[in-house]
Design a protein around this ligand. Structure first.
Ligand SMILES: [Zn+2]
Length: 376
């Protein structure tokens, strides 16, 4: 194996196995030389990636694509972009390159490691995110306000990198994306590690209220046991309930839950959907089960899909999905939402995605592909 690719595999696994940097299929990494870029394939987890988990593309063909004029229609445009991306593939196999390939291509350093660290997102998903970023990192980094992913985000980042480069005389090595995560770039892996450590250390100094430390415990109730009966579509589904000090902080009442009832990032939507249901249950057990079914039916009426996260007031949180593996992913991603929300209080409080930003992700074919891959 090429030495650079061996290093790429190593750095990918290093951040991939650290849950405070990467959850589920999130994040991606790349290496480029003069002619080619090797980028993580879509749906492959960084934690266990090997050289076959990367797709090699021609940089020349990617450059041609990035200067093309695409359709004005969003769906048509993303299809054209996807086809150009496919045409640039040099390696064999069925792997599809990460949707963030073009972003990696324009960051002019050999290694790019993109992750969604919990602490970075506590800043990126907060009211004061941009000003905190400027205060902590100044012109060491570039801050990109939330932009719909895909071609529009690519063009935005491209323009901002050009502006930064002409102002500072160098390409930025740290690019923060609001409600998303961070890209860290360097020609050496060692510097990638240094930059990440410096980012986390600076944010740590600003965190005056740290996360509660207690570990989550399994939580079981009549509702978790009867979950398959709560909606016809849940009949074959798996469910797991959790509780912890962090969870209890949010499920006290509807007021506390509104700090965690929707998505911060596109990945939250990919794995947990965009809305989480807090149920208040009273009365006898049969009454509670009846009330839970009704609240789930109402959720379906409103959002046209079923909840993956159910919270029961003052009891715990339940993840519901097709199989145990997917349930664990849902709980992992939702727990991260709670952490981001909790820590965001150090930076002015949570800033969620807006309804139109959520709608864009819901309709995005690329994300549906990732959802499918995550379940297989
Ligand atoms: Zn990302």
């Amino acid at each position: 194996m090429n030495l650079n690719i061996a290093e790429l595999v190593e750095v990918s696994r290093f951040y991939g196995k650290d849950k405070s940097f990467v959850i589920a299929g999130g994040g991606n990494t790349s290496f480029k030389d003069g002619q080619h870029i090797w980028i993580k394939a879509s749906g492959v987890a960084l934690e266990t990636i090997d050289e076959n988990g990367f797709v090699c593309l021609s940089r020349e063909k990617l450059k041609v694509a990035s200067s093309r004029i695409y359709s004005q229609d969003a769906v048509q445009r993303e299809a054209e972009v996807k086809s150009d991306l496919t045409n640039a593939i040099v390696s064999t196999g069925n792997n599809r390159p990460s949707v963030e390939t073009s972003l990696h291509e324009i960051i002019d350093y050999q290694y790019v490691v993109h992750t969604h660290p919990t602490k970075v997102n506590a800043v990126m998903c907060s009211i004061n995110g941009e000003s905190v970023c400027n205060e902590l990192f100044g012109d060491q980094s570039l801050f990109i306000p939330y932009t719909d992913p895909g071609y529009i985000l690519f063009k935005k980042v491209e323009a901002e990198i050009a502006r930064f480069t002409s102002k500072n005389g160098r390409v930025p090595q740290i690019i923060f994306l609001q409600n998303h995560g961070v890209f860290v770039a360097s020609n050496s892996i060692e510097e990638i590690h240094q930059l990440y450590s410096a980012i986390i250390e600076k944010i740590n100094r600003k965190i005056l209220t740290p996360l509660p430390e207690s570990d989550p415990k399994l939580f079981s109730s009549r509702i978790t046991e009867s979950i398959q009966k709560l909606h016809p579509s849940f009949a074959t589904f798996a469910a797991i309930g959790l509780e912890s000090e962090l969870i209890h902080h949010f499920i006290k009442n509807p007021n506390s839950f509104c700090k965690a009832d929707t998505a911060f990032t596109p990945d939250d939507i990919v794995y947990c959907k965009a809305h989480y249901l807090l149920m208040t249950l009273q009365g006898t057990e049969p009454e509670q089960i009846k009330s839970a079914s009704k609240q789930i039916a109402n959720y379906f009426e409103t959002y046209r899909n079923l909840p993956k996260v159910l919270a029961i007031e003052r009891q715990g949180v339940i993840g519901i999905e097709e199989n145990i593996k997917s349930v664990l992913t849902v709980l992992e991603v939702f727990t991260n939402i709670l952490k981001v929300s909790y820590l965001s209080e150090n930076f002015g409080g949570p800033k969620f995605m807006t309804a139109s930003q959520i709608e864009f992700i819901d309709n995005w074919e690329v994300e549906n592909y990732r959802r499918k891959m995550a379940k297989s």
